[in-house]
Design a protein around this ligand. Structure first.
Ligand SMILES: [Fe+2]
Ligand SMILES: [Fe+2]
Length: 168
């Protein structure tokens, strides 16, 4: 039997799914969590997103830049990454003194931008990538993605923290 291939598109979708879930978790949080806990979660989101975007730029976007059809889309994606990085940096140094509503509004805008970016990535960018990349390139990028640690680092810790997670 052939060795199971690494599916870069599946890996990317999984990472997107994790980040979306974390952001959704913050936004659906009732007033129970203090600002300190919320800041802890957002700093995890920041670590995960920075790791994800870094790997995308290094392995995925860099390959797609070679494609005339994907080039413009990829430049747009880089710009969106920069916006997301700036939005994430806005959380630095915000702590217990932060107005909760203002902080949540900032998360909402981050969430909107992330969702928009993921939608375009999984739509237009994946479509061009599937046309342009050879199977062995897809395989290599998938492998590079999985070997480059960083994403998922905070997962274990947040699982430990949310010991109060209830099964529905
Ligand atoms: Fe991206
Ligand atoms: Fe992405």
């Amino acid at each position: 039997m052939p060795k199971r291939k690494t599916d870069i598109y599946k890996t990317l979708k999984e990472e997107h799914g994790k980040v979306k879930k974390m952001l959704k978790g913050i936004l659906s949080e009732k007033d129970g969590s203090g600002m300190e806990a919320l800041n802890g979660i957002i700093s995890d989101v920041k670590k995960e997103l920075e790791a994800h975007m870094g790997k995308e730029e290094k392995y995925f976007y860099s390959a797609l830049e070679e494609d005339d059809d994907a080039r413009k889309l990829i430049f747009e994606a880089y710009e969106e990454h920069n916006i997301v990085k700036n939005l994430l940096n806005n959380f630095d140094g915000t702590g217990a003194m932060e107005d909760r509503d203002q902080w949540m509004a900032r998360v909402k805008v981050l969430d909107d931008m992330v969702l928009h970016h993921i939608k375009e990535e999984e739509g237009e960018v994946f479509k061009e990538a599937k046309k342009f990349l050879e199977k062995d390139q897809e395989e290599r990028i998938g492998q590079e993605f999985e070997n480059d640690r960083g994403f998922g680092e905070t997962e274990k810790r947040s699982e430990e923290q949310s010991g109060r997670t209830e099964d529905k």
